[in-house]
Design a binder for this molecule. Structure first.
Ligand code: ACM
Length: 592
């Protein structure tokens, strides 16, 4: 390997800089020749890192049309003296991190685990430029990697997630596989697959087939916001077979990604109740929901319902290998529980102070089932009630209404993923111009997303937390969300996700405090280096200055919200969703 030289050289910024940017200084002393991926190149990998090396090899073979040689070892140099790309095991490299050194004749990715090897492999791919993101070669020019690079990097956060809602609009399997690859290309490592909601059930249950026979089909949906009262009269839906999902899980694993399945209970259940009306409180025929917004329909919190969902979760845990299983728990109005004397009595018999406590009791019960199976439950923050916490400690809380509830959950001992809608809901509008298609939610521009802070000083101050490391719960990381009520195709999803997901990825990998972050440098790198990669991959992203004409939706109403006025009343403590008083009356229903 070349000696990369003692000085941290500013030339790193002249490189085809990866997105996300490096967290640590990079030394770059370019040699006369770059590293060339050619017909004699050999890939060598320690067995522990082979999965990452094999995926890099496959993608590179696609992009170059070459067939690269493979050696299942990272020992020494290649005996035949061929140009090598080696994946070397070194237990001193921090978890999830990697070192990357490039010479003219050799590239070495060093990692202590396969996650780090995946991250290093993705950086290597980024360094090879847009051509490395194509599925076939466009000419005879070789793929090259800048030589003389000496970098080491590791992620600030272990959970670098993105939620993909496949319930509101079914996303064909092909597009899920593609989305997983794109997330991995941005150094993310978790896709939370939101499989069930009022508007659709996407998980094939062999035990309860009506969940998909009935629950996966939606009669119609709104044209733009449901508040406009315009509907399309077009049925749609679909579901993934268990083998489809196993394929998605395996594909994700091959790209260093974990797929966290989400079955949302005890609210957001109209599709399940349509399939099996006995799951509902009224035991009457029901329909898969055609509008968005918050439904009053909730599960009957009975032993029979719990048994049903334990069965479903057993099937889910058979299909998904993730250490985490998400149980939903958001937006659970209690009006139907309060209206049902049997349910009111049940709450009293269980010793609960109030009918509303059935929410935490129900989720706590399923969470214990998940824990008993050796997995960790994940819930939305409403399921955690400060002072009334009934969730097992292992439960991860995803804070979406704001940062404060996340800090409260950490104080109560839960690990937390920060996903505040005030910052990282990427279905929310990316611009405030008149051409923004179906503009809903808060304004989250590319630059806004890049200024996201999982733990802003203001939130810590507001919550009275002086030492976050002293809290018994940890910050696992952060997650961006893509709800798909208004993202009804892979093209619309591309538009919402990119390039904002690159900004999120930069934040969650580097972990820099927002005030230390150079957003303009990020945007410059993005324009120069990364947008061409996304274009080569075939991503139909939102141009930085606004949509192409065909990306607009003239005349289709959205429902924009104003962050400044909602924050004025909520601070970091949460502004989203809705508020329900002790009688079950609801106000502030601004979500959806
Ligand atoms: C959510 O946005 N209801 C989690």
């Amino acid at each position: 390997m070349p000696d990369a030289g003692p000085d941290p050289l500013p030339a790193a910024s002249e490189l085809a800089q990866p997105v996300p940017g490096f967290r640590h200084p990079v030394r770059h002393a370019p040699l006369a020749d770059p590293f060339v991926v050619g017909p004699t190149t050999v890939v060598r990998a320690a067995p522990e890192l082979a999965a990452a090396a094999a995926t890099w090899k496959r993608r590179t073979e696609d992009a170059t049309g070459l067939t690269l040689a493979w050696e299942a070892t990272d020992d020494g140099a290649d005996e035949a003296g061929r140009p090598t790309v080696s994946f070397v095991l070194d237990t001193t490299v921090p978890a999830g991190g990697y070192a990357l050194r490039t010479g003219s004749g050799a590239v070495v990715v060093t990692a202590s685990d396969v996650a780090g090897a995946h991250a290093g492999a993705q950086t290597l791919r980024q360094l090879a430029g847009p051509r490395a993101f194509r599925r076939a070669p466009v000419d005879d020019a070789p793929l090259t990697v800048p030589s003389g690079l000496d970098a080491h990097d590791d992620p600030a956060h272990a959970w670098r997630g993105v939620l993909l809602d496949v319930a509101r609009h079914f996303l064909p399997k092909h597009d899920v596989l593609r989305f997983v690859e794109l997330a991995a290309a941005h150094h993310l490592d978790v896709v939370q697959l939101h499989l069930t909601d009022d508007q659709g059930w996407r998980f094939e249950s062999l035990r309860y087939p009506r969940l998909t026979e009935v629950g996966s089909w939606r009669r119609e949906s709104g044209v733009g916001t449901w508040r406009a009262g315009v509907f399309d009269g077009r049925p749609h839906g679909g579901f993934y077979t268990q083998d489809d999902l196993r394929e998605i899980v395996a594909h994700a694993r091959a790209h260093g990604m974990t797929v966290v399945p989400e079955i949302d209970v005890p609210g957001h259940v109209e599709a399940a109740v349509a399939a099996y009306p006995e799951l509902g409180t009224r035991k009457q025929p029901h329909e898969v929901r055609t509008t968005w917004g918050i439904s009053t329909e909730v599960l009957d919190p009975s032993e029979e319902t719990l048994a049903f969902f334990r069965d479903v979760l057993d099937e889910v845990m058979d299909v998904f290998d993730a250490p985490y299983v998400a149980l939903g728990g958001d937006e659970v109005p209690t009006a139907l529980w309060r209206a049902n004397p049997d349910i009111v009595r049940r709450a009293a018999d269980l010793g609960l102070d109030d009918v509303a406590d059935l929410h935490g009791w129900f989720l706590g019960s399923l969470a214990r089932h998940v824990v008993a199976a050796g997995r960790r439950p994940v819930v939305w923050d409403e399921a955690f009630r400060p002072g009334h916490d009934t969730l097992p400690r292992e439960t991860v809380v995803t804070a979406w209404r704001g940062w404060t509830v996340g800090l409260q959950a950490m104080a109560a001992g839960h690990d937390v993923v920060m996903a505040p809608e005030q910052a990282v809901y990427l279905d929310h509008r990316a611009g405030d111009g008149p051409d923004e298609p179906v503009p809903v939610g808060f304004l989250h521009t590319l630059r806004d997303v890049h200024r996201f802070d999982p733990l802003p000083a203001g939130a810590l101050a507001e919550a009275g937390v002086t030492d976050v490391d002293a809290l018994p719960g940890r910050l696992l990381g952060a997650q961006a969300e893509l709800w798909t009520e208004h993202l009804d195709s892979a093209r619309r999803l591309d538009y919402a996700a990119f390039p904002r997901l690159a900004a999120f990825a930069d934040v969650v990998w580097t972990g820099e405090p927002a005030d230390a972050r150079d957003t303009e440098a990020f945007v410059a790198r993005l324009e120069r280096d990364h947008l061409p990669r996304l274009a080569a991959f075939g991503v139909e992203l939102r141009p930085l200055d606004g949509p192409y004409p065909w990306q607009t939706r003239p005349g289709v109403a959205g429902h924009p919200r104003d962050l400044a006025s909602e924050l004025a009343s909520g601070g970091y403590g949460g502004v989203g969703g809705w508020v329900e008083d002790a009688s079950g009356a609801r106000t502030n229903e601004i979500g959806g």
